[in-house]
Structures are given as structure tokens and as C-alpha cells.
Write a protein that binds this ligand. Structure first.
Ligand code: PLP
Length: 445
């Protein structure tokens, strides 16, 4: 197992015991380890030398493929030039450059960016921005937040409060008060819908019902993933996001798009906001912002939100009492700048759009398998949902994640849904391989 990068090889260990692994069956993993020791392009290699196609861009973040030297070089150059400086009350050029670059690809008038270190931190930050904005406008009575069943907004207490996945909530009963959930948009009567379902826009009226029940003027913000990612690529029905926008406008509610997965080309456009033609007030991002190379997240807001919060504070006072030691870390900014440069130079968002039909055709070829319950997809984001094992929801997905890895394909399974989201640099033959491993593994279940 001595397969660390050469400068680290003196630290090699034969023990798997000490690390408590996240979102993993630790006991099972330690009996049958799946260790990745190398990654390049669309592929990973395990400690036994097996090659594994990365069918989920690892965790939907390595959009430009692994081992991008440009990113490593940019981080190295930054680290040897200025490794760290405080982001509170001082700054460094990279953070301003990255914010400006992001503003250039974000929909107008979303032009102000606050840096975090993850998607979960971005959600907490967005919650606080919403509170600060309403307070600055003299509307502190807006204490309620709306989210949705089957949402995933990360694992901090703010994100768990807004999440609608039972396993992520039941152990942690102490969440934020005043969070209410709209219904999710998955409809068992319209299985195998490719792209946006035609029916279901009226589900957005759940928000209107909350306005009627609690008073629209008590609701601060409505959080949605434009395409719900972690519960398996739930694509919004035609007109659904538009209807949410309309209700938010009518009642002064901020619309927040959690674009942690959908951002940076996953749907074939820079953001889901572009794909669906609906502009939120706040956008949360992370993951592909740095191509997964360095942890980083960001929250982008409309100019009016930034101006309202900053102008409400006394002159020369701190306007927003929030920030992380590592907000806009120089290494992360260098990685972000190099990543955005790659996306632009290689036209990777356009490449994702161009590859989408082939990708979705390939996924839909699995429709004939009895075990497949549903297929969903948009852009380079798809889902293969299998029928659950009777009485044991989620167990089949865990087993499939493991079996597929050993058969040469990494897919992130959540419950009984495999979320397929390959890097944008994949060739058609890589997609064929992913689907081939799916077919063989599903057929053998
Ligand atoms: C939509 C969404 N929001 C937030 C998060 C949390 O991001 P992180 O794991 O970086 O905290 C995720 C992670 O998958 C996500 O998919």
C-alpha cells in the first residue's frame, strides 16, 4: 500500500483503522478497501493497479478531468509566492481576480462573490446573507426558510435544516427552526422522462401555500437545487422554476439556487440559471469551481443585495459579521483561476452540451433491464435508479457502488440511485465503458 506520491512515501501505513471515513460504511470498507492511488483524465487507478473510469467526476467536481497540470502549477506558483494572508481586513490579488472572473460568467446582475471552502459553508453563508439583507431593509420579521423534500444542501446545521433526505436528518434532530419543505418534483407516473418533465409546474405552488399559511412577508428565502443532484438528478418540470421566481417576486422572498453540482457546465451552460432561463437572487457554488483540486466554495449575489447590506452599516464599520479563516485562500483562488481558464480555453461547457445527447442515449440503452426503475437526465448529469431490495432501501445501491468499482467504474450511488456525471473531457468510448459496466453489473444482480 506504499503508493503515496513520492515525497510522502515515508509516511505510508498499513493501517486503515485510524481514519473515520465520511459517508462510508467504515466496517465494510475496511474489510474490502477501495483505495485510489492515482488519477488522470477520466480515470482512477486503485492500489491493485486496476483502472477505473470516473463515471461521476468523483463527486461531480472533477469536470475538466484529473491531473490538470495547469492547476497544480498555478497552486505551486502561488504557494511559493504568498502562501497565506488574512482575508479579514486585508486581501490578496488572487481573490479579487477570481471574483471578477466569476462575475464575468455569472448571470447579470449577479456580480458580487463571497468565498467559502465548501458547498455546506456556501449554504450557511447564503442563509446569513438572506438574514442580513432583510434586516438591512427593516424586514427582520422574515425568519422562515423554504426548501424541498429530497433536497441536499450539505451537512452543516444550516444545510441539514434545509435538506430533505431522511438519513441525513434523523440522527440530528436539532436543526434550525422555521424551515418548511415543498414537495419534491419526482413523479412515479412519468418514469424514463428525458430532460424536463412536461407536467408538474404546479408543485411550485407549494411556496404560494406557505405564503398563504404563514404570510409571505415572514419568509426570507426559498432554496432549491435547480436539478436536485444528490437524490438522483430530479430535473425540474417545465415552468416550475419560473413559477418559483414569480411567487418569490410577488412576496419579496429571495430565490436561492444551490448550484454546487449544476454550476460550471454540468448542464451544458455555465450555470443552471442559464439552462433554464431563470435568474435567482443568490447562487451557491463549490465543487467544479476548482475542478476538485482544492476545497473552495462561493456565494454570488445580485448587486442590490450586496449594496443593501454594505450601505446599511455605519460608515467604515464591518458590514457583514461572517467569514472563514480560509475564505478566498490563495491556493484555492489560484486553482479557481486556472480551472476557469481551462473551461474557457478548451470550451468545456460547450463540449458538455455537445456530448449530452450521446451520453443520455447511452444511459437510456439500459431501459430494457428489469432492475432499472427509472432513468433521468439533463446535460451531462444522469441517474440510473434501480428497484430497491424489498424492505432494505438503499442497500442495493451500496452493493452496486462497490461492485461497479471492482468492475472498473466509479459511480456515486445515493440510496438506490446511481448518479452519472462524467468529466466533460470524456470520449464516446469512455461513456460506452461506463454503460457497459452498468449493464454487466446490473444484469448480475
Ligand atoms: C447541491 C449541493 N449543495 C451543497 C453540497 C455540499 O457541498 P460540500 O460537500 O462541499 O459541503 C452538495 C454536495 O454534494 C450539493 O450537492
Amino acid at each position: 500500500m506504499n503508493m503515496l506520491a513520492p515525497p510522502l512515501q515515508k509516511f505510508a501505513t498499513n493501517s486503515l483503522e485510524q481514519q473515520w471515513m465520511p459517508f462510508t460504511s467504515n466496517r465494510e470498507f475496511k474489510t474490502e478497501p477501495r483505495l485510489v492511488v492515482k488519477s488522470e483524465g477520466a480515470y482512477l487507478w486503485d492500489h491493485k493497479g486496476n483502472r477505473i473510469v470516473d463515471g461521476s467526476s468523483s463527486l461531480f467536481n472533477v469536470a475538466a478531468g484529473h491531473g490538470r497540470k495547469e492547476i497544480a502549477d498555478a497552486v505551486f506558483a502561488q504557494m511559493t509566492h504568498n502562501d497565506y494572508s488574512s482575508p479579514f481586513g486585508s486581501g490578496h490579488p488572487g481573490a479579487f481576480a477570481l471574483a471578477a472572473k466569476l462575475a464575468g460568467i455569472l448571470p447579470d446582475p449577479i456580480n458580487h462573490v463571497f468565498f467559502t471552502n465548501s458547498g455546506s459553508e456556501s449554504i450557511d453563508t447564503a442563509l446569513k446573507i438572506a438574514m442580513a439583507y432583510h434586516r438591512a431593509r427593516g424586514e427582520s420579521q422574515r425568519v422562515r426558510f423554504v426548501s424541498r423534500e429530497r433536497a441536499y444542501h450539505g451537512v452543516n446545521i444550516g444545510g441539514v435544516s434545509l435538506s430533505g433526505m431522511v438519513k441525513n436528518r434523523e440522527t440530528f434532530p436539532v436543526t434550525m427552526p422555521n424551515c418548511v419543505m415543498m414537495r419534491h418534483t419526482w413523479d412515479p407516473d412519468t418514469l424514463f422522462t428525458r430532460g424536463q418533465p412536461e407536467a408538474g409546474a404546479e408543485l411550485a405552488n407549494d411556496l404560494q401555500r406557505f405564503c398563504e399559511m404563514y404570510g409571505g412577508s415572514t419568509i426570507a428565502a426559498c432554496f432549491v437545487e435547480p436539478v436536485a443532484g444528490s437524490t438522483g438528478t430530479l430535473v425540474p418540470p417545465v415552468g416550475y422554476l419560473e413559477r418559483l421566481r414569480e411567487i418569490c417576486d410577488q412576496h419579496g422572498i429571495l430565490l436561492v439556487f444551490d448550484e454546487v453540482i449544476t454550476g460550471f457546465g454540468r448542464l451544458g451552460t455555465p450555470f443552471a440559471a442559464d439552462a433554464f432561463g431563470v435568474t435567482p437572487d443568490i447562487m451557491t457554488m463549490a465543487k467544479a469551481l476548482t475542478n476538485g483540486a482544492i476545497p473552495m466554495g462561493a456565494v454570488a449575489v445580485k448587486d442590490e443585495i450586496y449594496e443593501t447590506v454594505t450601505n446599511a452599516a455605519p460608515e467604515n464599520a464591518i458590514e457583514f459579521f461572517h467569514g472563514y479563516t480560509y475564505s478566498g485562500h490563495p491556493a484555492a483562488c489560484a486553482a479557481g483561476l486556472a480551472t476557469l481558464d481551462i473551461y474557457e480555453r478548451e470550451g468545456l461547457f460547450e463540449r458538455a452540451a455537445g456530448m449530452s445527447d450521446y451520453f443520455l442515449d447511452a444511459l437510456w440503452s439500459l431501459k430494457d433491464l428489469d432492475i432499472v426503475r427509472d432513468l433521468r437526465g439533463y446535460g451531462m448529469m444522469g441517474a440510473v435508479e434501480v428497484h430497491p431490495e424489498p424492505g432494505k432501501p438503499g442497500m442495493r445501491g451500496l452493493e452496486l457502488q462497490k461492485r461497479m468499482f471492482f468492475s472498473g467504474c466509479h459511480i456515486k450511488w445515493t440510496g438506490d440511485v446511481g448518479i452519472v456525471a462524467p468529466p466533460f473531457i470524456v470520449e464516446k468510448s469512455d461513456i460506452d465503458l461506463i454503460v457497459d459496466v452498468f449493464r454487466k453489473t446490473l444484469s448480475a444482480m
